[in-house]
Ligand binder design. Structure first.
Ligand SMILES: Cc1ncc(C[n+]2csc(CCOP(=O)(O)OP(=O)(O)O)c2C)c(N)n1
Ligand code: SF4
Ligand SMILES: [Mg+2]
Length: 346
């Protein structure tokens, strides 16, 4: 009897198959940009060989905030109250700094109800990949303008937005985030590369990903539609990423390409396109964003990266082990210490 030999299963560098990196089946609309971002997250974590059980995925409320259910099914997870994911993320990492944190939010969740928590997250440099799935509207509650909608953009009903948008990238750079990028859910290569680099970065990686809402904000007059973003997308640089486990000895022209070594020894190679841009210069990044706004360009790429800043957990000198695993002898002050404190207050 002929025996059939099964082809070997494809696994990543830690021996896991791609389906391990998936989650539940999406309940979002077919064609929603958020689904494409989920696929890129699945691939990036698989390619980088991150064990999902070492990850904590967090979100707030919105269609975008449902996305963590659809990736890394065996990761830890917490779906927080609207706009309050940053404080839950902070608590999770203080309790266990060994976790790799990824937060998924929406433009409403971040730039409206959650703006107070967002700004403090950015200034703390908490080690988290914070993704805004940005469709310029509140998708879940039927497409009202969000605070990232551009002046003059039009709702399906015809209403025009008169208020200026909050540029979450400019805000994050200004406040101290150490890895700030914008991408587009439809740009597979750029988004995958940015996600892998963000996984290697130690500190806050703030990624604003334009992610069209096909149901409420993909019509003519919207500046967050597939057609508009494809037409106005201007990449600030070409990005190559060489993970620490690959050979970095690839030739490049230092006049045209900037090499940035990340925390884990991975390298970012940023090749100039048609402007002189330095992503380690905070002021240049802010200037580029301001100029793009005036020219009505959707500027994408890595705007700012600083791999040398201490992150929040290093600043606080949090212990390496998860707090829950510390023995009582290390968390309860000895009687002599308590006696000394009491003595001081006599
Ligand atoms: C405290 C509170 N206020 C308001 C709401 C209603 N609400 C649910 S989702 C949402 C906005 C979601 O927009 P966004 O974060 O951009 O996500 P999207 O659905 O567009 O992906 C609002 C206002 C709520 N759930 N909780
Ligand atoms: S309503 Fe919009 S944002 Fe929500 S799932 Fe549908 S397309 Fe996506
Ligand atoms: Mg939205």
């Amino acid at each position: 009897m002929a025996t059939t030999i099964e082809p070997p299963k494809k696994v990543n560098r830690i021996g896991l198959e791609l389906p391990v990196y998936r989650g539940g089946k999406t309940t979002l609309c077919a064609g929603c940009g958020h689904n494409a971002i989920t696929e890129r997250i699945v691939e990036a974590f698989y390619d980088m060989g991150i064990n999902p059980t070492q990850v904590v995925k967090l979100s707030g409320i919105g269609c975008s905030s449902k996305a963590p259910s659809y990736f890394l099914g065996t990761a830890h997870g917490f779906n927080a109250v609207h706009g309050r994911m940053p404080s839950v993320a902070t608590g999770s990492l203080l309790a266990n700094r060994q976790l790799l944190a990824i937060g998924v939010s929406g433009d409403g969740d971040t730039a409206s109800i959650g703006i107070g928590q967002f700004v403090h997250l950015m200034r703390r440099n908490l080690p988290i990949i914070y993704i805004i799935e940005d469709n310029g509207c509140y998708g879940l509650t039927k497409g009202q303008f969000s605070a990232t909608a551009d002046v003059g953009s039009r709702q399906k009903s015809g209403a025009i937005n008169d208020l200026p948008p909050i540029d979450t990238c400019a805000l994050a750079i200004e406040l101290g985030a150490t890895f700030v990028a914008r991408s587009f859910s439809g740009d597979k290569k750029q988004l995958s590369t940015i996600l892998k680099a963000a996984i290697s970065h130690r500190g806050t990686s703030m990624l604003d990903v334009i992610s069209p809402c096909v149901t409420f904000n993909d019509h003519e007059g919207s500046t967050k539609s597939y057609a508009y973003v494809k037409e106005h997308d201007e990449a600030i640089e070409e990005i190559d990423f060489v993970p620490y486990f690959e050979n970095i000895e690839v030739d490049y022209d230092p006049g045209e390409t900037q090499d940035v070594e990340l925390h884990d020894g991975s390298h970012l190679r940023l090749r100039k396109v048609d402007r002189d841009f330095d992503p380690t210069d905070r002021l240049k990044a802010l200037q580029a964003l301001e100029e793009a706004k005036l020219k009505e360009e959707v500027l994408t790429g890595i705007f700012f990266v600083d791999p040398h800043q201490k992150d929040f957990l290093e600043l606080l000198d949090i212990v390496d082990e998860p707090l829950a695993t510390l023995p009582e002898s290390r968390i309860r002050p000895a009687k002599a210490v308590l006696d000394e404190i009491m003595e001081e207050h006599r």
